[in-house]
Design a protein around this ligand. Structure first.
Ligand code: NAD
Length: 503
């Protein structure tokens, strides 16, 4: 049996309860085994959903601002443990240290947002057509919110969902990626600390079991998709996962918040500030080793600037330091595993076969077991089959355009619709790109790269990306049910639309 890693010890996590032989937690930094863990059986998963449902029956009647107090306390626990949890994200997902910390900061930010939201779950008052009547809408908790998350945002995506679901009066059952179980255990344990702090200060204890953690793989996710006790399921991951989840949800008419793959593009117009472009492209394309859903994968450059921009991008791609994600000067950590490396090499071979000219992309020798790669820049003659699919690795396909309308059409001609950007100082181009006829994505940026969204806006995308929205703006509505109330304060019973029904 492995001894607990010092980062787990710093978080006060005792793995005894979780140990087993179904799941192996490994670090992509060096392939080291971090822990061997048990997975939930389908029966246990159903039992935990029942526990979360029982907790919901109590939680839903606690006033929303009190629910917000729990989330406020959780935000404080996260502040206290930011360094250790961020380090665990680096250890288990391979993100560079500042991105690991950034993920935890995003959790803190969404907690703050949710605390404010807990006093703003507003409904409308609506004019009634009937005399002596008033209409309004009220928003009520929905039930158990299931969360299925991907390896690449092992903690923030859960927090986006959990913080909102909790203030909305839902309870949460989380199935994290089987590649990142330790960060999930850490979040679960830290959330319980917040529950204990709440109970220590409040007259009535919390209903037990507000948050349930289900470790495991696809079969556990299937239980969540099929359970009628999970009225809303937020699922983040690949398109193939989303298609399966959506079909199961549809069979029971459950609500899905689907956050699936992206194939994000950027148009660089002749007026663009190329200094900004180089920085934005490099961060968006190679940051997180190309393993963000919002990673820049397609660059569409005006032909007139291609020859000045490309050498600058090549230099930037060559110069980023690939290596141990804990080292302060590293910008690109490892791929998550061997399968990701094989998929990347396959995509580069396909790109060559489709006429692409590849620079970079080779494995960098750092220890024997980690899969470290130099980011690849690939000049493509056209938006061929390989460009239209998401390969979850640092590959940037570059194409050129002559005509702005054709560039926008090319940008939109992929199945995914998550994030997009234009670099231009031409107001008409910028506004057109953001207009109904412009980018067809859920995120449309001007003079900013495709990745690194803030929590204040609604996050998500269209087409194969799934249509879900999470995080800020009014994304909270997906976690609640809306009741339309009509109140008669008169002495008659007039019917709507002037219908007569005299008895
Ligand atoms: P993945 O689809 O392999 O796994 C994601 C999660 O789904 C895991 O927890 C997995 O166990 C579970 N799962 C897989 N098949 C399932 C099924 N049939 N039913 C229920 N659950 C199932 O994805 P990954 O490799 O972990 O993550 C990378 C993918 O996630 C990329 O496509 C990326 O673009 C996407 N992603 C999207 C967003 C977004 O917000 N749009 C955010 C992060 C990642």
């Amino acid at each position: 049996m492995e001894t607990a890693h010092p980062i787990l010890a710093a978080l006060g996590i005792d793995l005894t309860l979780w140990q087993g032989d179904a799941l192996t937690a490994r670090s992509p930094c060096d392939g080291a085994v971090l822990a061997r863990l048990a997975a939930a059986t389908p029966e246990e998963a159903r039992h935990r959903i029942d526990l979360a449902h029982a907790a919901f029956l109590g939680w839903r009647t606690i006033p929303a601002p009190r629910r917000g107090e729990l989330v406020r306390l959780f935000g404080n626990v996260l502040r206290e443990h930011k360094a250790a949890l961020g380090a665990l994200v680096t250890l288990e997902a391979g993100k560079i240290h500042s991105e690991g910390l950034g993920e935890v900061q995003e959790m803190i930010d969404i907690c703050d947002f949710a605390v404010g939201l807990s006093r703003q779950l507003y409904g409308l008052t609506i004019a009634s057509e009937r005399p002596g009547h008033r209409m309004m809408e009220t928003w009520h908790p929905l039930g158990v919110c299931g969360v299925i998350s991907a390896f690449n945002f092992p903690v923030a995506v859960w927090a986006w969902n959990a913080a909102l679901a909790l203030v909305c009066g839902d309870t949460v059952v989380w199935k994290p990626s089987e590649k990142t179980p330790l960060t999930a255990i850490a979040c679960h344990v830290l959330f319980r600390k917040a529950c204990a702090a709440f109970d220590a200060t409040q007259p009535d204890p919390l209903p037990p079991g507000l948050h349930q953690l289900l470790l495991g793989g696809r079969d556990v996710g299937v239980v969540l998709s099929e359970s009628p006790r999970v009225p809303v399921l937020s699922a983040t991951g690949s398109v193939s996962m989303g298609v399966d989840v959506a079909a199961r949800l549809a069979r029971r008419l459950g609500r899905g918040i689907l956050e699936l793959g992206g194939n994000n593009g950027m148009v660089v117009a002749p007026s663009a500030d190329l200094d900004l472009v180089v920085r934005a492209v490099t961060f968006a394309a190679v940051g997180t080793a190309g393993q963000r859903c919002t990673t820049l994968r397609r660059l569409i450059i005006h032909r007139s600037i291609a020859e000045s921009l490309m050498p600058r991008l090549e230099r930037a791609f060559d110069s980023v330091r690939v290596g141990n994600p804990f080292a302060p000067d590293t910008l690109v950590g490892p791929l998550i595993d061997e399968a990701a490396f094989v998929a990347m090499q396959g995509a580069l071979a396909q790109a060559r076969a489709e006429g692409g000219v590849v620079s970079g992309g080779e494995r960098v020798a750092i220890g024997a077991a980690g899969y470290y790669v130099r980011p690849a820049l690939v000049r493509m003659p056209a938006q061929s089959a390989v460009v239209a699919k998401e390969t979850f690795a640092p590959i940037l396909y570059v194409m050129t355009y002559d005509d702005f309308d054709a560039a926008v059409a090319l940008h939109n001609a992929v199945p995914q619709g998550l994030s997009s950007a234009i670099f231009t100082n031409d107001l008409r181009e910028a506004e057109y790109f953001m207009s109904a006829a412009g980018s067809d994505c859920g995120i449309v940026n001007v003079n900013i790269g495709t990745s690194g969204a803030e929590i204040g806006g609604a996050f998500g995308g269209e087409k194969e990306t799934g249509g879900g929205r999470e995080s800020g703006s009014d994304a909270w509505r997906a976690y609640m049910r809306r009741a339309t109330n009509t109140i008669n304060f008169g002495r008659d019973l007039p019917l709507a639309q002037g219908v007569r029904f005299d008895i």
